[in-house]
Write a protein that binds this ligand. Structure first.
Ligand SMILES: Cc1cc2nc3c(=O)[nH]c(=O)nc-3n(C[C@H](O)[C@H](O)[C@H](O)COP(=O)(O)OP(=O)(O)OC[C@H]3O[C@@H](n4cnc5c(N)ncnc54)[C@H](O)[C@@H]3O)c2cc1C
Length: 396
């Protein structure tokens, strides 16, 4: 068997998604070296359509730390959003209520900007690796082992190891169950998502409640749109022709007086919902960040934003841990990150339960939901909570 090639670094990062790449970038700005490994190719990650809404602080993080100018020039600033219910469209003005906006800028573009910035800085980022495993995470020299595309064996030895490897996290699974607590919530529905070639049907997102179930009208570019409708988690994508999809979407938004501009559908997928939180987000000299530590239902657009918020705190606390040998700093990371995680869990759960048709819903359930939505839009306090949570609480 050939010898393993060993690389030594301060921080070894499993996962080159938004959390892993942004962490590597923020550490480099603090003079801290890192190595990132990801088992997917750059191309594959670039082709995966996911989140689209960035909070104000996520945009600041990307633009002010030199990752992306495009987010400001090509991203679409949304000063509000629409809630559609009870036959009408209601505008929530984020600027007026919270003095902030969100940006429509696809996660695929965030990834391209981060990967380009890391490449331009000559960072050690290895895509397309195989057989990843983590070792000695409670010891002084944790390590990541993997094989490269040629099948050669590699090892990254580091002082701290970060699991930024998404919701199926290998790093999280390396922690003995007795050392962490996992809080989970399953939801009895999912989103049927489509990409279509059509002009925008609305200038900002529409969160649409209807007796037939929830729909989200979202955008991507001037000519490509992203829309979703609530479906069964086991829905068969192939059972949905383009005509059937448009007729379902039109029926849901039509209930609130809106009409969609249709076009050819270029992508269809079912996105299941799950809430998950791991506490603490640290085990020995390994920490978890982003989806590896927590997932939220997509209503409320918190997943990507939470991943970026985590690593903003993590870069700061890792610097303290490394330069001041302050081991408690990683506990502080977990405490501070979890505070935001739980507030985001609540917001996502609240938006989800208020807008989706409950399983076996009766007339009472649906009328109660409409009353709840009226309570939000008729109250400045209600609208302000939604605006503050959606645009993102200031990172402290
Ligand atoms: C289909 C879909 C749609 C979504 N839509 C939205 C949305 O509309 N709004 C929203 O806010 N959020 C959405 N999300 C969630 C959002 O995309 C995530 O919260 C965000 O990607 C989290 O970033 P991350 O870096 O923590 O994890 P990820 O982006 O998942 O990155 C983790 C990386 O780790 C790599 N990896 C995993 N295992 C290994 C391993 N064993 N070895 C090496 N590398 C590994 C993966 O290849 C991946 O690149 C969606 C998610 C999915 C799956």
């Amino acid at each position: 068997m050939s010898a393993r090639e060993v690389t030594t670094t301060s921080v070894g990062i499993v996962g080159g998604g938004p959390a892993g790449l942004m962490l590597s970038h923020l550490l480099a700005r603090r003079g801290i070296d890192s190595v990132v490994v990801d088992h997917r190719s750059r191309d594959e990650i670039e082709q995966t359509v996911r989140a689209g809404i960035l909070e104000a602080d996520s945009v600041r993080l990307l633009s002010e730390t030199g990752v992306s100018e495009r987010v400001l020039s090509e991203g679409d600033r949304h000063g509000g959003t629409y809630l559609a219910f009870g036959g009408e469209l209601h505008h929530i003005d984020f600027q007026e209520l919270a003095g902030a906006s969100v940006w429509l800028y696809p996660q695929t573009e965030v990834f391209v900007d981060l990967a380009d910035a890391r490449a331009a800085a000559g960072a050690d980022v290895r895509f397309g690796v195989g057989d990843t495993s983590v070792h000695d995470v409670t010891g002084e020299r944790p390590s990541i082992r993997f094989t490269d595309a040629d099948g050669s064996a590699h090892e990254i030895r580091c002082r701290y190891l970060v699991g930024a490897d998404g919701s199926h996290s290998l790093c999280r699974h390396a922690i003995p169950p007795s050392e962490i607590r996992q809080y989970r919530k399953e939801y009895p529905f999912a989103w049927f998502g489509i990409l279509c070639e059509a002009p925008k049907s609305a200038p900002e997102l529409i969160y649409n409640h209807s007796d037939r179930g929830f729909a989200l009208i979202s955008q991507r570019t001037e000519t490509t749109q992203r829309m979703y409708f609530q479906c069964d988690p086991d829905e068969d994508v192939d059972a949905w022709s383009d005509d059937r999809i448009w007729s379902e979407l039109q029926a849901r938004v039509g209930a609130n007086g809106h009409e969609l501009t249709e076009g050819p559908i270029t992508g269809k997928s079912v996105l299941r919902f799950r809430s998950n939180v791991v506490e603490p987000m640290r085990y020995g000299n390994m920490v978890l960040a982003g989806d590896a530590a927590h997932t939220v239902p997509p209503t409320g657009a918190k997943g990507l934003n939470l991943a970026l918020a985590d690593v903003r705190v993590l870069a700061e606390t890792l610097e303290r841990a490394l330069t001041d040998r302050d081991d408690d700093a990683l506990d502080e990371y977990s405490r501070r990150a979890l505070d935001r995680v739980w507030r985001s869990q609540h917001f996502s759960y609240w938006m989800t339960s208020m807008l989706h048709r409950p399983l076996a819903a009766d007339e009472f359930d649906l009328r109660r939901q409409v009353a709840e939505l009226h309570s939000v839009v008729r109250s400045t306090a209600g609208k302000t909570y939604l605006a503050e949570a959606y645009t993102g609480w200031p990172s402290g």
